[in-house]
Design a protein around this ligand. Structure first.
Ligand SMILES: Nc1ncnc2c1ncn2[C@@H]1O[C@H](COP(=O)(O)OP(=O)(O)OP(=O)(O)O)[C@@H](O)[C@H]1O
Ligand SMILES: [Mg+2]
Length: 298
């Protein structure tokens, strides 16, 4: 289990938001409880509801993440994954229910969202309280292998570099909870594998809890301790990935979990046309990996 491997995450009082309808300032409510196994929780969500124009996108959602745990979140487009992440990030407080998250948390989105008029190192420090010095940015950039581009303008970065800058901006906050919303979605296959490996290394060194939203079942299986599937505004299923790292999708145990998850997502080999075509292609690619015709390992 991640928390055993990575040691303790720095002690940090949580903040809560939500409770009642449509409000959400932080309160002095007590910290979230430990889970029944005795591990400290990084996230505790109970009865979360988020509506848009009377439509319930999140509907009584329950969620717990242990400190230091890496959890991947899958689900069909529009099922509410980003909505949940925005709530956990504290960017959306128009909610009902209880949400406990660490005070120190950071989020990285699919689009790197760098300010084009600020050099990379200044982008990394953007929004940080106090007057952090360049050294902090430089350290975070070094962690993602981008310190040599600290003075660059964002528009001169490649897609992978911009994504790493975005990750550095999250890491400089020294988060106990790292929220990643499809951060590799726009990257080419090779850059994506490198970025996945980087996130895995950073997580193992930092020991923060990670919630990664992805559409990629294999990515989830390569990186996460647990894979959740969201459906109808709730967490509909949970798959524990109790496999040693680094993982290989060619491992038959990984292939079995992949098949199980694809089933939960409602994807079958029969989905060969229309909307299912992309998923079927993913299945075919995964089958190639399972048969040893291709290998991806993080
Ligand atoms: N600010 C908003 N106003 C109105 N509707 C919204 C708003 N934000 C999200 N929604 C709706 O809530 C639903 C869930 O959106 P969300 O972005 O959370 O989906 P998602 O699971 O992240 O999808 P994807 O995988 O495509 O990124 C969608 O139907 C979306 O249109
Ligand atoms: Mg989304």
């Amino acid at each position: 289990m991640a928390t055993d491997v990575h040691g303790s995450v720095s002690t940090q009082a949580g903040t809560s938001h939500g409770s009642g309808s449509g409000s959400g300032s932080g309160t002095d409510a007590p910290s979230p409880a430990d889970d029944p196994g005795g591990a400290r929780l990084a996230v505790q969500v109970a009865g979360l509801v988020r509506e848009f124009d009377g439509r319930r996108v999140v509907d009584g959602l329950q969620l717990e993440l242990r400190a230091g745990e890496f959890v991947a979140l899958l689900g069909r487009s529009g099922c509410g994954k980003s909505t949940l992440l925005r709530v956990l990030a504290g960017l959306d407080r128009e909610i009902q229910g209880e949400v406990w998250v660490p005070r120190r948390r950071a989020v990285a989105f699919q689009a790197p969202r760098l300010m084009p008029w600020k050099r990379v190192w200044r982008n990394v420090l953007l929004g940080l309280p106090g007057r952090p010095g360049r050294a902090a940015a430089q350290r975070a950039l070094a962690e993602v292998g981008l310190d040599h581009r600290a003075d660059a303008w964002p528009k001169t970065l490649s897609g992978g570099e911009a994504q790493r800058a975005s990750l550095a901006r999250a890491l400089v906050r020294d988060p106990d909870l790292l929220l990643l919303d499809e951060p590799f979605g726009a990257l080419d296959a090779l850059t994506r594998i490198k970025a996945q490996r980087l996130v895995s290394e950073v997580w193992q060194e930092r020991g923060c809890a990670v919630l990664l939203v992805t559409h990629d079942v294999e990515e989830a299986l390569l990186l996460a301790d647990r894979v959740l599937v969201m459906e109808d505004g709730r967490i509909a299923s949970e798959t524990v990935v109790d496999l040693p790292r680094p993982r290989d999708v060619a491992d038959p145990r990984c292939a079995a979990l992949r098949a199980q998850l694809l089933g939960r997502l409602g994807v079958t080999d029969a989905d060969g046309a229309g909307e299912g075509a992309a998923d079927a292609a993913a299945v075919a690619a995964a089958d190639a990996v399972a048969e040893g015709r291709a290998t991806v390992a993080v």
